[in-house]
Design a protein around this ligand. Structure first.
Ligand code: FAD
Ligand code: NAD
Length: 467
C-alpha cells in the first residue's frame, strides 16, 4: 500500500542513508525522510566531505606556495582564486548528494522530503513545502543527527559569529579569524584558513589541543600548527563574543585569569555539537531526550518504544560518520533478527590536519587511570625513508601494548596519511593479533605504514629494523 512501509528512517545523514540501504538490501519496503532538499545530512553537506575538500585544496595551495621550490618546482607568482576554491568544494558536495539520490533509486527506497514528526508509534507526519503526507511504519529509525552548540555569552549570528557550516562557504578569504575551541573542528578549520594566509587564533579552554585524544598527539599537533603561524591560546576561557559590524570581538580569560580580547573578521565557534530532535514530536511516543539532548537506547539501539530505534549523533557515543554508518547497518540487521556487533572501543578517530592524526583503542591517560600496565613502542617519521622522500617527517607512531600477552591496547599516530595507516591496526585489534604478530606481517617498503612495524618491534623489545 502507498505510504505504508516496513522501515521508515528519519534523517538522511551517514547513519540514515546507510540504515535505509541495508534495510532495503534485506528485503524491507523502506522510506527515508529528510527535511532538507538534498540527501546526506551534516556529513555530506556541511561536514566531513566539504571540510575535506577545502582541506585538500588549501594543502595544495600551501604546498605550491611554500614547499614546491624545495622540490625544484618554480611556479612564479601563485595566487588563490577564493571563489573557485569554494565552488570546487560545492561541486564535490553535489557529486556526493547526487550519488545518494542514485543509491536510493537503485535500492527502491522512497524519499519523502519534509520534517518528520511522530503522531504515534506507527504513524509519522511529513511536512514538506505545501505538502503534508502521513506515513505508516512497522519500524522506525531516528537518525536526526546534531547541530552546532555554543557557550554562554556567545550567540551565533551566522554573520560574524559563525559555525563550521558558514566557515565552509565564506564569501571571501578572511584576513583574520578567531576560533573558539581547539577540538577537531577547530584545528581542521584553522588549518584550512591558515594555509591560505588568514591570520588564525585558536582559543582552547583545556591545556591541550584535541583534548579527548592521547595527550602526546595534542602536543605534537600544537607544534605542527604553530609552524603554520596559527596562534594557539591554551587554558583560556572564552566569556563572550560580539558582532562589531565588520568584525567580531572575543573576550576571554587568559591562563592567569586576566581579561583579554581579540578582534578578527570572524569568530568561528567550535565548542561541540548537540543532538538534534526538534520537530520530531517525541512526546507523542513517550520519549523524553536526556539532559544532553540525546535519545536513550539499549544495547540493541532500541528506544523505550520497542519498534523505534535511534542511531548516530542523536544517541550517545562519538559524533563520527563511520560510527553512525555502523549503527545504521547494525539496526537494520537487528530488525532482521541477525546478530551484528559493534566494538565501540575500536572506532578510529581521525583529524584531517597535515600531518593527519589518527587513533584507535585506549590512550595512555586512560590506561594510567585504569591502572593497566603497558609498554610503549614509539617510532618517529623522522626515521622513515618514505617520510623523508616526501618531506613529511613530522610526527610518530605510538603503540601501547600489554607486556603479559602482547595485546595491542591502543595505537596513536600523527603523521602523513595517518587516517589510512590506522586501518590496519583496527583489523589487528579487532581480531586480537598480538604486537609480535603485527610486527611479523610484511609491510611494503617504502611506505608510511612501515612505521607501524617498527613501533610494534620496539614494543616487543626487539628494536626497529627499517629506515
Ligand atoms: P546527520 O549527518 O547530522 O544527519 C541528520 C539528518 O537528519 C540531517 O540531514 C537533518 O536535516 C535530518 N533531520 C533532522 N531532523 C529531521 C526531521 N524531524 N525530519 C526529517 N529530517 C530530519 N565525522 C567523521 O567521521 N569524519 C569527518 O571527517 C567528519 N568531519 C566533520 C566536519 C564537520 C565540519 C562537521 C560539522 C562534522 C564532521 N563529522 C565528521 C561528524 C559527522 O558529520 C557526523 O558524525 C555525522 O554526520 C552524523 O551522522 P548522522 O546520520 O547521525 O546525522
Ligand atoms: P570537540 O568536542 O571536538 O571540541 C570542542 C572544544 O572546545 C574542546 O576542546 C573544548 O575544550 C573547547 N571548549 C569548550 N568550551 C570552551 C570555551 N568556553 N572556551 C574555549 N574552548 C572551549 O567539538 P567540535 O570540534 O565542535 O566537533 C564536534 C563534533 O564533530 C565532534 O564530536 C567530532 O567528533 C565531530 N567532527 C569530527 C571530525 C573528524 O572526524 N575528522 C571533524 C569535525 C568534526
Amino acid at each position: 500500500m502507498e505510504n505504508q512501509y516496513d522501515v521508515i528512517v528519519i534523517g538522511s545523514g551517514p547513519g540514515g542513508y546507510v540504515s535505509a540501504i541495508r534495510a532495503a538490501q534485506l528485503g524491507y519496503k523502506t522510506a527515508i525522510v529528510e527535511k532538507y532538499s538534498t540527501l546526506g545530512g551534516t556529513c555530506t553537506n556541511v561536514g566531513c566531505i566539504p571540510a575535506k575538500a577545502l582541506l585538500d585544496s588549501s594543502e595544495h595551495y600551501h604546498q605550491a606556495k611554500d614547499q614546491f621550490k624545495t622540490h625544484g618546482i618554480n611556479l612564479g607568482d601563485i595566487h588563490l582564486d577564493f571563489s573557485q576554491f569554494i565552488l570546487r568544494k560545492s561541486d564535490v558536495v553535489k557529486q556526493n548528494t547526487a550519488g545518494l539520490v542514485y543509491l536510493m533509486k537503485k535500492n527502491k527506497i522512497d524519499v519523502h522530503q519534509g520534517v518528520g514528526s511522530f503522531m504515534d508509534a506507527t504513524h509519522l507526519k511529513v511536512t514538506g513545502d505545501n505538502k503534508e503526507t502521513i506515513l505508516t511504519g512497522q519500524y522506525f529509525v531516528i537518525a536526526t543527527g546534531s547541530k552546532p552548540s555554543s557557550i554562554p555569552g556567545v550567540t551565533i549570528d551566522k554573520q560574524r559569529i559563525i559555525t563550521s557550516t558558514e566557515g565552509l562557504s565564506l564569501p571571501a578569504r578572511p584576513a583574520s579569524m578567531v576560533i573558539i575551541g581547539g577540538g577537531v573542528i577547530g584545528v581542521e578549520m584553522a588549518s584550512v584558513y591558515a594555509r591560505i594566509g588568514t591570520e588564525v587564533t585558536i582559543i582552547e579552554y583545556t591545556d591541550s589541543l584535541i583534548p579527548t585524544m592521547d595527550k602526546e598527539l595534542g602536543k605534537a599537533l600544537f607544534k605542527t600548527l604553530s609552524k603554520l603561524n596559527i596562534k594557539i591560546l591554551l587554558s583560556s576561557k572564552v566569556q563572550a563574543a560580539s558582532n562589531t559590524g565588520a568584525s567580531a570581538t572575543v573576550n576571554f580569560l587568559d591562563p592567569d585569569g586576566k581579561e583579554q580580547a581579540i578582534t578578527a573578521d570572524y569568530c568561528l565557534v567550535a565548542v561541540g555539537r548537540r543532538a538534534y530532535t526538534d520537530g520530531l514530536n517525541l512526546q507523542a511516543i513517550g520519549i523524553t531526550p536526556e539532559k544532553n539532548g540525546k535519545i536513550a537506547v539499549n544495547k540493541q539501539l532500541q528506544t523505550i518504544v520497542p519498534n523505534i530505534y535511534a542511531i548516530g549523533d542523536v544517541i550517545d557515543g562519538p559524533m563520527l560518520a563511520h560510527k553512525a554508518e555502523d549503527e545504521g547497518t547494525f539496526v537494520a540487521e537487528i530488525i532482521h533478527g541477525l546478530k551484528p556487533h559493534i566494538k565501540y572501543d575500536l572506532i578510529p578517530s581521525v583529524v584531517y590536519t597535515w600531518p593527519e592524526v589518527a587513533a584507535a583503542g585506549a590512550t595512555e591517560e586512560q590506561l594510567k587511570a585504569q591502572g593497566v600496565v603497558y609498554k610503549v613502542g614509539r617510532f618517529p617519521y623522522m626515521a622513515s625513508a618514505r617520510a623523508r622522500a616526501s618531506m613529511d617527517t613530522d610526527g610518530f607512531v605510538k603503540v601501547l601494548v600489554s607486556p603479559q600477552y602482547g595485546e595491542v591496547l591502543g595505537v596513536h599516530i600523527i603523521g602523513p596519511r595517518a587516517a589510512d595507516v590506522i586501518a590496519q591496526t583496527v583489523v589487528g585489534m579487532e581480531y586480537e593479533i598480538t604486537a609480535a604478530d603485527m610486527a611479523r606481517l610484511c609491510y611494503a617498503h617504502p611506505t608510511y605504514s612501515e612505521a607501524l612495524k617498527d613501533a610494534f618491534l620496539i614494543a616487543t623489545g626487539q628494536g626497529a629494523i627499517n629506515i
